[in-house]
Design a protein around this ligand. Sequence first.
Ligand SMILES: *[C@@H]1O[C@H](CO)[C@@H](O)[C@H](O)[C@H]1NC(C)=O
Ligand SMILES: *[C@@H]1O[C@H](CO)[C@@H](O)[C@H](O)[C@H]1NC(C)=O
Ligand SMILES: *[C@@H]1O[C@H](CO)[C@@H](O)[C@H](O)[C@H]1NC(C)=O
Ligand SMILES: *[C@@H]1O[C@H](CO)[C@@H](O)[C@H](O)[C@H]1NC(C)=O
Ligand SMILES: *[C@@H]1O[C@H](CO)[C@@H](O)[C@H](O)[C@H]1NC(C)=O
Length: 209
Amino acid sequence: MTDSDGGCCRCCCSFIFTLGLTALFMWLNLRTSNPKCSIQTFYLSMPSLNETLNLTVDRTLNLTLRLDNPNKDKGIKYDTLNVTVYDFPNKSHVLGNILVPGFYQGHKKKATKPVQGTANTTVALQVVYENRMGVFRVDMATAVKFKIMFWYTKKHKISVGADVVVNSSGFKVEPKGIRLKSMAPKMGSFCVVVGALVNFLVFALLNFW
Ligand SMILES: *[C@@H]1O[C@H](CO)[C@@H](O)[C@H](O)[C@H]1NC(C)=O
Ligand SMILES: *[C@@H]1O[C@H](CO)[C@@H](O)[C@H](O)[C@H]1NC(C)=O
Ligand SMILES: *[C@@H]1O[C@H](CO)[C@@H](O)[C@H](O)[C@H]1NC(C)=O
Ligand SMILES: *[C@@H]1O[C@H](CO)[C@@H](O)[C@H](O)[C@H]1NC(C)=O
Ligand SMILES: *[C@@H]1O[C@H](CO)[C@@H](O)[C@H](O)[C@H]1NC(C)=O
């Protein structure tokens, strides 16, 4: 009788342990990394001196956005990319809002998307250039689904942004790409890591018990 009790308990323990290992393996395998976003080019057409008071002239606002999928074996499906440019880092006025259609990106792929639109002339004329430099804020919001084998995860919202320094001709000063950083709190991934550690400890203890 004690034999069968012990057997049952051992069986139960190894079942729980296997479950734990499976959960850990799945977590390691299903972990996803958000795409890396950066601004490669930025251009805002400047008013020439004789047309500064002409508010009907459209200003070109062009930038190129680079999106890298860092995941080794997961594709990314992007919703519409919503790019908003502000005239100050403190987001005082919207200079332009441009939407880029969503798309699918395979694993380890890089994409360069032209973002072309027009700037609000009223705001463009108010941009303050100190030492022939203006600072703009560029935000990008979208939602992504990760493709793991044949199925998709649920949607994750992504909200990133960066300050861009532009010279008086309207071009980005920094020759390299400017990384757009996440504006969401980092709490989520912290909890996942702590949760996984606690799980692992519990199952390790169960194994030795
Ligand atoms: C502004 O002046 C330039 C020459 O200085 C001229 O070619 C251009 O047509 C003028 N633009 C307007 C809107 O008058
Ligand atoms: C794009 O983002 C801006 C700024 O957050 C927001 O005002 C606008 O409604 C968004 N547009 C769409 C189509 O989601
Ligand atoms: C944003 O910053 C600019 C310059 O730094 C300043 O002139 C403006 O008043 C600020 N706006 C707000 C709403 O704080
Ligand atoms: C900006 O984009 C427009 C298309 O919307 C294109 O015709 C124009 O050449 C671009 N300008 C620059 C300076 O890249
Ligand atoms: C341009 O910006 C001004 C000031 O923020 C705003 O009042 C106006 O409605 C904007 N124009 C357009 C076409 O969005």
